[in-house]
Design a protein around this ligand. Structure first.
Ligand code: NDP
Length: 230
């Protein structure tokens, strides 16, 4: 299985969760190297050539990718009025177009195997919206359309495509938020705390398991109740 952006944060927790159950796990990194015990491939997911080369290396080392977790993502927050075009297009490229790139590259082998699992890491804000994150929320909402279209296109080949929509998770990404904003967010979370990366990983592992064989096109919130109703 492959986790993009599996060198740290939520992606690393997902990689470890699959590794724990004995799977062959590959992660992408952008020069940091692979974490201990994981097979790492250098890959910037905004480059189709990088994605193709990375899949080639994984296929040589582990065989075809049977479970794909598209997790790599960035934020570049700012108010709409002041947003630069490249802040929008770069975020869409890294969060949405990259998911299309890896899904496309994984598809031929999954179709041949008549089996495959694709999991896209979106965000609660994809459906809820978020002031100051038009670029990020649009990219994360786009993943829902991508996954659901894949679910329809490839369902007959026994390939599932699902979305995990985390709320706020303790990682480098959220550590950047000002303390006042963090407090404000927690005030809106029924469970009153952030998620751990492991709580996201557990859901990704479930969606790849035999128990989830009949789940496709689903958006699974892991957000402490923050996005209820959306
Ligand atoms: P981090 O910022 O901790 O890690 C981001 C990961 O994505 C890193 O591994 C990073 O690699 C990788 N990445 C970013 N851009 C690229 C690229 N162009 N090519 C390859 N890898 C790239 O983020 P999180 O772990 O918090 O987030 C993981 C995912 O979960 C993201 O998609 C995020 O949007 C989503 N999410 C996070 C939430 C949170 O509260 N933290 C909430 C909801 C969703 P590198 O180390 O090289 O920078």
């Amino acid at each position: 299985m492959l986790v993009t952006g599996g060198n740290r944060g939520i992606g690393l927790a997902i990689a470890r969760a699959f590794q724990e159950q004995g799977d062959s796990v590959a992660v992408t990194h952008r020069g940091s190297g692979a974490p201990d015990g994981l097979f790492g491939v250098q890959c910037d997911v905004t480059s189709t050539d990088d994605v193709d080369r990375a899949f080639g290396e994984i296929e040589e080392h582990h065989g075809p990718v049977e479970v794909l977790v598209s997790n790599a993502g960035i934020t570049r927050d700012g108010l709409l009025m002041r947003m630069r075009d490249e802040d929008f297009t770069d975020v869409v490229d890294a969060n949405l177009t990259a998911a299309y790139r890896v899904a496309k590259r994984a598809t031929a082998k999954m179709v041949r195997a008549r089996s495959g699992r694709m999991i896209f890491v979106s965000s609660v804000v994809g459906l809820l919206g978020s002031a100051g994150q038009t670029n990020y929320a649009a990219s994360k909402a786009g993943l829902v359309g991508l996954a659901r279209s894949i679910a329809r296109e490839l369902g007959s080949r026994n390939i599932t495509a699902n979305v995990v929509a985390p709320g706020f998770v303790t990682t480098d990404m959220t550590a950047e938020l000002p303390e006042a904003r963090q407090k404000e967010i927690l005030g809106q979370v029924p469970l009153g705390r952030y998620a751990s990366a492991e709580e996201i990983a557990g859901v990704a592992r479930f969606l790849a398991s035999d128990a989830a064989g009949y789940i496709t096109g689903a958006v699974v919130p892991v957000d402490g109740g923050l996005g209820m109703g959306h």
